[in-house]
Design a protein around this ligand. Structure first.
Ligand SMILES: Cc1cc2nc3c(=O)[nH]c(=O)nc-3n(C[C@H](O)[C@H](O)[C@H](O)COP(=O)(O)OP(=O)(O)OC[C@H]3O[C@@H](n4cnc5c(N)ncnc54)[C@H](O)[C@@H]3O)c2cc1C
Length: 459
């Protein structure tokens, strides 16, 4: 009787309910990760994320080997072939039960349904979310479309039943030790070693953040030159740690302050809830992950989509320093600070008049922490096409955003050395300066066009 644990976006051995359930019920446990390189190519995966994923799988293989559990990494080519790949594996290894965590995006739900039909053994799907997207609903059973009441109910539920972190299961006794495997390369890579991809280093990072920086989160989180946020998004996106672990550690360090949404710790907690919210939205409104706008009427906006402007944005040469520094941070590090994601996304849609889906795709292709639901939610928020939409007339001014959130230009100068020598307002609105481009658009003019584009669909 051998159970199989199917790892997906949950690449850890601690606080892993599916692994714990399989180990509790079966003497023999194996683990599988099914790679779908064609699917990853189709959705866009950053070279840095390929490297990160491979490192995370190597680390997972070692952790599982220490527990006496062999991990096999199987290449299934395309997503649609996963049920056949899994069925074959189960037959070859005489698997009698399959355990995994539930996934909530429409394609993943369909894949799991197809697998359940194909394999002839019990398939146990356990929920691994902080709060299941189908559990948090309004009193009338309808899903939430606005974050604040959603987060209020989440807090209430979590205060009533604080999530428990499950320890790693005890190691299985094996006659011969398990040899960890190495994940093969599956496409062009960029080194990701600046980002810890194993659970030990990640837990250290979490502990340090909660102990040393969570108390200043509100004060620092909007300033990209500061180390004010946790930088845990890549490990959360790949499930190297769970949001339960984050919340438990936050409570351990900050106590009851976490329940006050206006406190520093409570604000960080809120960010974890934003992540849950976008999953909730993607589950209840699957059109958003199929390239559709949440606010259906905004699909009528005729975005002009100038490819040259898009290229300048991607390459960080729009002539707006805060936007260019943000885009260069993305290219160089595979990550972008949240304030900058908001500024650069707003700039693409509301200054360059490019469809938010272009930006969404570009972020998926470049971010180490790319997460379908959060990325989509962030883009639709910035474009005013989503839930909780920032009113369409609230348009970020890139110059004032720069002055406010990078007043001395410390961040800008880190990524745009051409601007060295400039200070104050000149740094945020540079005159002709060496090789640095002059602004490719006039913000005031473009803002008026945006207002007109949105006005058209309101009439
Ligand atoms: C246009 C746009 C695109 C985005 N794309 C992604 C994406 O692909 N993947 C991703 O994980 N986040 C995305 N975000 C949300 C946010 O920018 C990142 O989660 C955050 O910058 C990660 O840095 P951190 O780990 O230091 O966050 P912290 O501030 O330390 O927050 C802790 C965790 O909470 C979650 N979180 C924080 N803010 C948000 C948010 N606004 N929405 C959802 N979850 C949040 C993340 O998991 C994050 O790691 C996007 C935001 C925007 C505006």
């Amino acid at each position: 009787m051998t159970a199989l644990v199917w790892f997906r976006n949950d690449l850890r051995s601690l606080d892993h309910p599916a692994l714990t359930a399989a180990c509790g019920k079966h003497d023999q446990v194996r683990a599988i990760y099914i790679l779908c390189p064609q699917q990853l190519d189709h959705h866009g995966i950053a070279p840095i994320r390929r490297h990160f994923l491979r490192s995370a799988l190597d680390a997972l293989s070692q952790q599982l080997a220490d527990l006496g559990i062999p991990l096999d990494i199987i290449d299934s080519g395309h997503f649609k072939d996963v049920p056949d790949t899994l069925d074959l594996y189960c037959r070859e290894h005489s698997i009698t039960a399959l355990h995994a965590h539930k996934e909530w995006l429409v394609d993943e739900i369909q894949r799991d349904n197809a697998c359940a039909e194909r394999i002839n053994i019990p398939f146990y799907l356990i929920d691994d979310s902080l709060l299941s997207p189908d559990r948090i609903t309004k009193a009338d059973g309808q899903p939430y479309k606005v974050f604040t009441p959603f987060s209020r109910l989440c807090r209430k539920e979590l205060a009533a039943a604080f999530p428990r972190v499950i320890p790693s299961p005890p190691a299985k006794t094996r006659a011969t030790p398990i040899k960890p495997v190495k994940c093969p390369r599956f496409g062009p890579e960029k080194d990701s070693s600046a980002w810890p991809s194993n659970q030990e280093d990640t837990l250290t990072q979490l502990r340090q953040f909660c102990a040393e920086r969570a108390n200043d989160y509100q004060k620092h989180r909007d300033f990209p030159a500061l180390d004010g946020t946790s930088r845990l998004s890549a490990v959360l996106a790949h499930g190297i740690i769970s949001p339960r672990q984050c919340l438990a550690r936050l409570q351990m360090e900050c106590g009851d302050e976490i329940w006050d949404a206006k406190s520093d710790a409570g604000t960080w907690f809120n960010e974890l809830l934003w992540r849950e919210f976008y999953r909730h939205v993607a589950y209840h409104f699957p059109r958003v992950v199929m390239g559709r706008a949440f606010q259906v009427n905004t699909e009528a906006i005729a975005w002009p989509n100038d490819p040259d402007l898009f290229q300048a944005w991607c390459e960080g040469r729009t002539g707006y320093p805060i936007v260019d520094a943000a885009m260069r941070q993305l290219t160089e590090t595979g990550w972008m600070h949240n304030r900058l994601r908001m500024i650069s996304a707003s700039f693409l849609c509301k200054d360059l008049h490019i469809d938010w889906r272009w930006g969404e795709r570009y972020f998926l292709e470049n971010l180490i922490d790319a997460d379908f639901a959060s990325n989509n939610g962030g883009w639709q928020w910035a474009a005013s096409t989503g839930t909780d939409a920032a009113p369409y007339f609230r348009i970020f001014n890139p110059t004032t955003q720069g002055l406010r959130f990078d007043p001395d230009g410390d961040f800008i100068l880190r990524f745009i050395p051409e601007l060295k020598g400039l200070t104050g307002k000149q740094l945020h609105q540079p005159p002709e300066h060496g090789d640095y481009p002059t602004p490719i658009i006039d913000h005031k003019e473009r803002r008026n066009i945006t207002l007109a584009l949105f006005q058209e669909i309101r009439d």
